[in-house]
Design a binder for this molecule. Structure first.
Ligand code: NFE
Ligand code: MG
Length: 522
């Protein structure tokens, strides 16, 4: 009989938050996979009985990586509940996009350089670097002394880049920190501050555009566009050239969902019909576009630590009732399903939906990428497909931001202020950097009586549902060949390609412990 081993990676490092992944490997191939989120915060319960106008600030505390997505979703949701959804002024809409866009640039650069690239880059190679010190931004001496933290511990082996490419990518790790600082400064111009901005409110934005702010924005953005074009995109392509087999690994559930994001108008109150930079839609592997009906979304909890009686509820009627002792549970993440099926969300989903919708800019980028690698569209359903989609999207968002900032109209309104309604309900659907993000709220007596979030990583890292169907990351792991169970780098590369964020997905606190490298092979 073939040897069966269970590999437990707990926690998976270089992602946001605390995720345990357990895979059962039989004859070197993953047969079963379970993703477990291990901490609970109950953020949805924290919002109850609050003034709805505070929600955009409170929900940002879910996460320091994608707070603006939460502010944006919350504002859209409460615009809807306050009846101002089609009235947000032009300047308010544009500034919301600029603040969110800045967070996208920050988040995508963070994901590649500081989280995922280290799966492919051998930082130790920088010790032999013979060029100018500045290029390594002062880290060479540390590396030469063997001080490799925070680049270790890691799984060893399978580093394929040339010495020069490893050295360049290590230097870019430091440059990327500077780029992220610039992206935060960019978002703070109209958001007041970052990571948790204070500009986005129900009805619009509080900041006022001036020619000084527009000029500052353009100048910082130009630097970031240069970094994206000259550093980020080439580095992703270099990784793709060295690891082409990762175009064939980690496909997942082959169903993708996007709510659409970055409003190009507000006159249309239905967010799924609104003209947006990213279109809304669903696709499967043959890439034909299907519509999104939010009435088909439900969250299941058979394998999550929530009361079984709350399983199958639509998010607008959702409940958050923890049941930590539940035997069938193995995660604090619920299992959202669309029409009973798991869906992957994120940059790849948005790219495939836009491609299927005939978006000319996306088609040009994607066809160019496929031609460069002599690949078919199916190659996108992979670890490298996710990294490439994220990088290409970063360039498109930055380019759009340059246009948008020039559309601001100094002196014109930024917000349509409305009183808090006594009662009402709302739904806010948008795209955070990691994918489809939905907030649902109910107001009674002028206070929040229900608040539910279904976030990108809730979709991607969801556990099995009530029918036993595994979540997207779990499905991406099943069928993977693991060459060395002592160094299961295929597993972590697949998980990281989704850019999971556990703080978001269970709306919980980052663990206080400092432990970063424990793993067990059973
Ligand atoms: Ni905490 Fe988040 C994004 C949201 S993810 S990073 O992007 O919403 O699940
Ligand atoms: Mg939730």
């Amino acid at each position: 009989m073939a040897e069966t081993r269970t590999i437990t990676i707990d926690p998976i490092t270089r992602i946001e938050g605390h995720l345990k992944v357990e895979v059962v490997v039989e004859a070197g191939v993953v047969k079963e996979a379970r993703c477990s989120a291990l901490l609970f915060r109950g953020f949805e319960n924290i919002l109850l009985n609050r003034d709805p106008r505070d929600a955009a600030l409170l929900v940002q505390r879910v996460c320091g990586v994608c707070p603006v997505g939460h502010a944006a979703a919350s504002a859209l949701c409460l615009d809807n509940a306050f009846g101002v959804d089609a009235e947000v002024p032009h300047n308010g809409r544009v500034m919301r996009n600029l603040i969110l866009g800045s967070n996208y640039l920050q988040s995508h650069i963070l994901h590649f350089y500081h989280l995922a690239a280290l799966d492919f880059v051998d930082v130790a190679a920088a010790a032999e670097y013979e060029g100018a010190d500045e290029a390594l931004c002062g880290v060479r001496d540390f590396i030469a002394r063997g001080e490799l933290s925070p680049f270790v511990p890691r799984y060893e082996g399978d580093y394929r880049l040339s010495k020069e490419a490893n050295q360049a990518a290590t230097a870019h790790y430091v440059k990327a920190l500077e780029a992220r600082r610039t992206a935060h400064e960019l978002g703070a111009i109209f958001g007041g501050k970052l990571p948790h901005e204070v500009g986005i409110v129900v009805g619009g934005v509080t900041e006022v555009p001036t020619s000084d702010k527009i000029a500052a924005f353009l100048s910082k953005l130009a630097g970031l566009r240069k970094f994206i074009a000259d550093v980020y995109l080439p580095d992703v392509l270099a990784v793709a050239q060295a690891y082409p087999d990762y175009f064939e690994i980690g496909a997942g559930c082959r169903r993708w969902l996007s709510y659409g994001g970055f409003d190009l108008e507000t006159a249309e109150a239905d967010l799924l019909k609104r003209k947006r930079l990213f279109p809304a839609g669903r696709v499967e592997a043959e890439l034909s576009l299907a519509p999104v009906d939010p009435g088909k979304i439900a969250e299941y909890v058979r394998h999550s630590w929530f009361e079984d009686a709350t399983s199958g509820l639509a998010p607008g009627a959702g409940e958050t009732k923890p049941a930590p002792e539940k035997e069938s549970g193995y995660s604090w993440i619920k299992a959202p399903r669309y029409d009973g099926q798991p869906h992957e969300v994120g940059p790849l989903a948005r790219t495939l939906v836009a491609y299927a919708a005939g978006d000319a800019a996306v088609k040009k980028q994607v066809d160019g990428l496929l031609a460069q690698f002599g690949a078919q569209a199916g190659a996108l359903f992979s670890v490298l497909g996710r990294h490439a989609a994220r990088a290409l999207e970063t360039a498109r968002v930055a380019e759009a931001m340059e246009r948008w900032v020039m559309e601001l109209k100094p002196g014109e309104p930024v917000c349509d202020w409305r009183p808090v309604p006594d009662s009402g309900s709302g739904m806010g659907l948008t795209e955070a950097p990691r994918g489809a993000l939905g907030h649902w709220a109910e107001i009674e007596g002028g206070r929040l009586s229900r608040y539910q979030l279904v976030v990108p990583t809730t979709w991607n890292a969801s556990p099995h549902d009530d029918e036993g169907i595994p979540g997207p990351i779990e499905q991406a792991l099943i069928g993977t060949k693991v060459k060395d169970s002592e160094n299961p780098f295929e597993v972590v590369r697949i998980v990281r390609s989704f850019d999971p964020c556990l703080a978001c997905s269970v709306h919980m606190l980052t663990p206080r412990g400092r432990e970063v490298g424990r793993w067990r092979v059973l």
